[in-house]
Design a protein around this ligand. Structure first.
Ligand SMILES: CC(C)(COP(=O)(O)OP(=O)(O)OC[C@H]1O[C@@H](n2cnc3c(N)ncnc32)[C@H](O)[C@@H]1OP(=O)(O)O)[C@@H](O)C(=O)NCCC(=O)NCCS
Length: 145
């Protein structure tokens, strides 16, 4: 299995929208991804496995703080370390740009994602009550300093 991590391209958007729709109750649309491409303060990475788009993760740089969002891997590619590889590359890229602190939100029930984020050095620093819809759920606020 040949995993490549690279920056998001316009040609990834169709595949990523399908992965989003299958993974989230409130998925990003193709338009949401298209908007990212024109924003220099957004960094988005894609995982390609043997030429197929397998997942992505991204970050918005707000005053040298990285707000991470949309960490997702297609169901058929999960459990092979792809999310961890994406996150490692995203943080390395952020560090090379001077970003020292990273934050994200995650559903309190999302044990797999929380495990991945803890492995990447994130710690829980609070709860945002009822942050998510469909279904309503609290968000864990995690930081990596
Ligand atoms: C969360 C997600 C991105 C993880 O992607 P992935 O490529 O499968 O993740 P990885 O393979 O890098 O790592 C998965 C880790 O979770 C662990 N894991 C699996 N099931 C678990 C469980 N029930 N509880 C805790 N950890 C679990 C695996 O053992 C592995 O850890 P390890 O490397 O220490 O053994 C993927 O499940 C996904 O896309 N989910 C739907 C979208 C989502 O919830 N995104 C996060 C939004 S905040």
């Amino acid at each position: 299995m040949n995993i490549t991590i690279r920056e998001l391209r316009e040609t990834d958007i169709e595949a990523l929208s399908r992965i989003e729709a299958a993974s989230f109750s409130m998925p990003w649309s193709a338009r949401d991804f298209e908007d990212l491409l024109s924003r220099s303060y957004c960094i988005y990475l894609v995982a390609e496995v043997d030429g197929m788009v397998a997942g992505c993760c991204g970050m918005t740089n707000i005053c040298n703080e990285g707000n991470i969002d949309n960490v997702v891997v297609a169901e058929s590619f999960r459990g092979q370390g792809i999310a961890q590889k994406l996150m490692r590359e995203l943080i390395a890229l952020g560090e090379s740009m001077g970003i020292e602190a990273y934050t994200l939100e995650v559903r309190v029930s999302n044990e797999v994602a929380i495990h991945v984020y803890e492995k990447m050095g994130f710690v829980s620093e609070g709860v945002r009550p009822r942050f998510y819809e469909k279904p309503t759920e609290d968000a864990l606020i995690m930081w990596r300093h």
